[in-house]
Design a protein around this ligand. Sequence first.
Ligand SMILES: Cc1cc2nc3c(=O)[nH]c(=O)nc-3n(C[C@H](O)[C@H](O)[C@H](O)COP(=O)(O)OP(=O)(O)OC[C@H]3O[C@@H](n4cnc5c(N)ncnc54)[C@H](O)[C@@H]3O)c2cc1C
Length: 816
Amino acid sequence: MPPLPLLLTLPTAFLLFLLLGYFGVPLWTWTLYCAGLLTLTHPPLWLWGLYGTGAVILNLPLLRRWLVTYPLMQAIQALKLFPHISETERAAIEAGTVWIEGEFFTGQPDFQRMLNEPYPDLTPEVQAFLEGSVEQVCRMTSDWEIYQRKDLPAEVWEYLKRERFFGMMIPAEYGGLGFSHLAYSAVMAKLASRSFTHVATVGVTNSLGPAKLLLRYGTPAQKQRYLPRLARGEEIPCFALTEPQAGSDAASITSEGVVFRGEDGQLYLRLNWEKRYITLGAIATLLGLAFQLKDPDNLLGKGENVGITCALIPTNTPGVIQNRRHDPMGVPFYNSPLLGKDVVVPIEQIIGGVEQAGQGWKMLMQSLAAGRGISFPATCTGVAKLVTRVTGAHALVRKQFGLSIGRFTGVEEPLARIGGFTYLLDAVRLYTCGAVDQGEQPAVVSAIAKYHSTELARQIINDGMDILGGAGICRGPRNLLANIYTAIPIAITVEGANILTRTMMIFGQGVIRCHPYVYLEIMALEQADVAAFDQAFWLHLGLILRNGCRAGFLNVTRSRWAQAPVTGPTAIYYRQLTWAAATFANLTDWAMLGLGGSLKRQETLTGRFADILSWLYLSTATLRRYEAEGCLPADLPFVEWTLRYGLAQIHNAILGLLQNMPLPLLGLLRPLLIGWWQMNSLGTMPSDELGHQVAMAMQTPGEQRDRITRTIYTPDHPEETLGRLDLAMCLSVKAEPIAQKIKAAIHTGQLPKAAPQHLLQPAQTLGIITPEEAALVQAAEAARRDAIEVDAFTLEAYQQTTLTIPEARASVSAFI
Ligand SMILES: Cc1cc2nc3c(=O)[nH]c(=O)nc-3n(C[C@H](O)[C@H](O)[C@H](O)COP(=O)(O)OP(=O)(O)OC[C@H]3O[C@@H](n4cnc5c(N)ncnc54)[C@H](O)[C@@H]3O)c2cc1C
């Protein structure tokens, strides 16, 4: 039995341990702490000697490096504890920058810094472009008409070119609009609310395509030659990377370009390729091609296998075959296979010239690092806002069982998901654009934005279709959702198919590039740099200890004493996210320690880690938006719904990790940890009351609904579905108090039992309502009837596959 003073001291020592760990004190403080502990046991002199020697070795870097770190490095290499990184992976990992996502890997995110990050706003010029040219292009043709034609009308193509839609991201000096990423994103969101064909067409010309690569890597001559023509739409570009054997594993392309000297003494490339899924491929005039460059005679002085290279190929060059197209989900945008047979172009067609030969993979990774976070998040936000507007109005004007369907709590549930996710998507879009416009190239955040915007849009459109019922399923000009429903898998697949984006890019690569020490350690190991490894490794150990203590403390106290950068109703979420981040960082380190290099192959685990990291970012973006927009009370239900949803996702992902991480050390502790985590939940799903508040805001015409769905195309005339729905919604709300008067009269027996719209005449006669009020109820009822109708085709028209637009318009009517 230990002496009493020792028994009393043990809890104090443990508390002190937690305190020192929580604040992450340096090694010498731990040395003193351990010495203090040792004193309590009155050790013999030899033990003091042993301790002193160890302490000196560990605290003196020069001794530590050679006596401890060096043998450790050898053991780590022998046991393959760190992942091996291939050249192509290295390019992906080194592409771009680490932005605020790095904060989460420290386990102690600085939310004040995150709140200080820019929250951008549109300039008056961009606002004018949105309200002028973009509004006009949306007005010129509808999604349904585009589907009927299976193409954009010729006048829309012309308009897009004339108004420089294809050169939004090209600087003004080359004749483009010189837009920021935010401006481009706003245009894409508005176009997406009208037609997916618009965004597919405009997206490629502005995002990853020849223009982007030329701007970044092109020679001055290439820029002068091509950029003005691309900006004016005189060249239609496409970019061809994907091949039948190289989809997600794009670095494995086999298309080939061989350097040779022509009879005129100049250097040329002879190219052979087989590409597929190339957007705009069938009509492109300028093809950006990725291929393996071979130089058998070493004419470039870079060896025989130069590596992946990008070049510009005018498609009128003999041997380019672009005579077929795919049919991606029936969405009428150009997407094609592309073949090249012995295509010969001058060596100067390599983007960036000979200097950039072999640098193609790096160029692509760097360009994608930020690009992924822009186009699809914008598209999905536009779609989400459209669905919010349509379903909110439909839920109010569509009545069943004598009530608006949106009053049933079963319908409120999907409505709330649509509303919460829409608020979140716009927050993420704006936050990410702000960073990219400040010069960041946040590869991991971009992957998070791409993955989650497309996945949430898929959930949103599924919910939207359910709420619309038959009106969502019957296709025709009245139906705004069916085409989005079929198109959404395209967004899931392109720019990094989603399964791979989640498991490999967000966490598999994210942990290496964003962790404060892991990449430094891997590099030091590869270069056998003992000093660099020593520094990173011991700081890493300190981090594990600190985050272990922090995670434990925050867990036991439910983060009650954690710091929040704000006061008020959202402060609690900052605290809970701090708790989540400390747990995430600590679990990450344990997973790497326990699984070593094999972690990246355990994709069910990396997927769960990716979910935690993602929801930390998505939640932070939501909080940032709330603060930046002035903490509006009307926004609070949307913010709280999103935060609770996010925390519940994090909770489940952590639970999944505890249940599935194959760590032998965890063996005995596992049931305890799981039990504790289940009892002491980080977050549960949003309450029904919160969902009700969000759903009601969506069904109430006015400022809040308009704010949540701002800057999309909202035609206000009843020729258009949205205009019809909005009109019916407003009239229904205005007519509601009048209907209530009639219902009250029914209740007191003044009027017989019947639907209010059938009692207008007797109600007027009895002076219960005025003639104007009766007219309003009638108008509301007519608008409501019109808004809930679906399209019906004549039997002949349905059979016809090619109709002119006027014929098609004439053949379809609402079946009233
Ligand atoms: C409509 C459309 C337009 C496109 N436009 C272009 C374009 O203009 N230019 C261009 O070059 N390319 C384009 N692409 C290609 C696109 O960007 C994707 O890279 C490509 O579709 C992915 O290859 P795949 O379809 O063959 O899927 P596969 O590679 O066969 O993948 C199938 C599934 O397996 C998953 N998967 C694969 N490997 C892993 C892994 N290691 N871990 C986890 N999951 C994995 C993927 O996530 C996916 O879900 C387009 C594709 C489509 C459909």
